[in-house]
Design a protein around this ligand. Structure first.
Ligand code: ARG
Length: 466
């Protein structure tokens, strides 16, 4: 960034009617080039399509088009190699590029803005940027899903306690548990794909707000930029940012899912659970307590979820009181949006790597399920199948659990005669039912935790991903 000096407004593209320069503070306050320069490649792409349409429609000459294209190529190159000089006094990415173009190719550069306004230009740039970002995020989610499947596949028979209220409830396999997150991420991809359709509509042609008096061909520009359609109302096209809000809402749900998983990894890593260890490269130590290995990465994922939720609220609040059409308020859409994309991209990348480095302590998982009477429901179901009404069976088992608890053992460790004191219907076949593996195996319908069902779910998931 060049030195921040106040400039006369008459150096700007909108200068004619102003008599005094803006103060340095106003210049800094109103400029967006510090952050919107990341839209440069999309701005150039949009300008190229616009210029080609202007030429095809006879609005500018083919010579002007050639000069514009050559100038834009050079600017693109200068930006890529870091030679482009961004000037805060030129406000934003659009005016910086346009000024440089005019310096390079003269009057042809000044004709580029015919039938266009920064209002439809910036809306187009953001949509192009967001479309690319959505595609990147979807492919990163898919990579994370693969990592989940790889881990789940190794643990379709690994017993752990399934929890409700964070109290041991019924045995499930770790594979089944992980596949729950696969499903969440699958819906996240569905939401993003749906959002992409509404992002992928062309605003250009709306000009400042009312459309253009030139014989423009918006369909041609849409085709050239791979938009699925055009925004059908010029006022709406330049002003609404609902597509960005929708994306941020999708992002909050993705982060919410990752935050829930993070919370579990953090719990599972405490010595009290000891279900897993994370690879050292995702943890840090304590400067005072030598024994500590802290799960910093999942903790930060959980923490950054707050920040992403904040961005959604920021954009909703930005939009809520804006009268039609464009208002400068909308310049504030970029930083929350960019930060949402950056945070999601980093989080998904790091998560995929972290899942691959998880070590599972199967013994601790099984021991925890055993301690929690996870097969109590199986005993109740057994009695119900023998004719006892379920509510009565529930009562019988509650008493049995109370007895075992006092004795300090699992249900499967009671003698047949002890079990029969609570219900004469109990027979020797009960012991197959009371094991953790037997309990899991019996939930053998689609969506259940039986190993063969989880294997089938993983197979379906792999097919869905391919
Ligand atoms: N930097 C502006 C933005 O991000 C571009 C549009 C400005 N339009 C205007 N008429 N001031 O929204």
């Amino acid at each position: 960034m060049e030195k921040n000096t106040a400039v006369k407004n008459n150096q700007k593209n909108w200068s004619g009617r102003f008599n005094e320069p803006v103060s340095e503070l106003v210049q800094r306050y109103t400029a967006s080039v510090d952050f919107d320069q990341r839209l440069a490649a999309y701005d150039i792409q949009g300008s190229r399509a616009h210029a080609q349409m202007l030429s095809a429609q006879g609005i500018i000459s083919t010579q002007d088009l050639a000069a514009i294209e050559q100038g834009l190529d050079q600017i693109h190159h200068e930006i890529r190699v870091g030679k482009f000089i961004w000037r805060q006094e030129l406000e934003d990415v659009h005016l910086n590029i346009e000024k440089r173009l005019t310096d390079l190719v003269g009057d042809a550069g000044k004709r580029l803005h015919t039938a266009r306004s920064r209002n439809d230009q910036v809306a187009t740039d953001i949509r192009l940027y967001l479309r690319t970002s959505i595609d990147e995020i979807i492919s990163l989610i898919r990579l994370m899903q693969r990592a989940l499947l790889d881990l789940a596949e190794k643990h379709t028979d690994t017993v752990m306690p399934g929890f409700t209220h964070l109290q041991v409830a019924q045995p499930v396999s770790l594979g089944h548990h992980l596949m729950a997150y696969f499903e969440m991420l699958k819906r996240d991809i569905g939401r993003l794909s749906d959002c992409r359709k509404r992002v992928n509509q062309l605003p250009l042609g709306a000009a400042a707000l009312a459309g253009s008096s030139y014989p423009i061909d918006r369909e041609q520009v849409a085709r050239q930029l791979d938009f699925e359609g055009i925004c059908e109302n010029s006022l709406d096209a330049v002003s609404d940012r609902d597509f960005a809000i929708e994306f941020c809402a999708c992002a909050t749900l993705i982060m919410t899912h990752l935050s829930r998983l993070s919370e579990e990894l953090i719990l599972w890593m405490t010595p009290a659970f000891s279900f897993i260890t994370l690879a050292d490269r995702f943890c840090t130590g304590s400067s005072i307590m030598p024994q500590k290995k802290n799960p910093d990465v999942p903790e930060l994922v959980r923490g950054k979820t707050g920040r992403i939720n904040g961005h959604l609220v920021a954009l909703l609040t930005l939009m809520k009181a804006q009268p039609l059409a464009y208002n400068k308020d909308n310049q504030e859409d970029k930083e929350p949006l960019f930060d949402t994309v950056d945070t999601l991209v980093d989080t998904l990348r790091i998560y995929t790597d972290m899942l691959a480095g998880i070590q599972v302590n199967q013994h601790a998982m099984r021991a925890s399920a055993t301690r929690g009477y996870a097969t109590a429901t199986d005993l109740a179901d057994y009695l119900t199948k023998k004719g006892l009404p379920f509510r009565d069976a529930h009562e019988v088992v509650a008493k049995t659990v109370q007895y075992a608890e006092r004795k300090g053992c699992d249900l499967s460790e009671l003698d047949l005669s002890e079990l029969q004191t609570f219900s004469p219907q109990v027979e020797a076949d009960i012991f197959a039912i009371l094991t953790l593996d037997g309990s899991m195996k019996s939930r053998a319908h689609v969506g259940g935790t039986a190993p063969q069902q989880v294997q089938a779910a993983i197979k379906r998931a792999r097919k869905w991903l391919s």
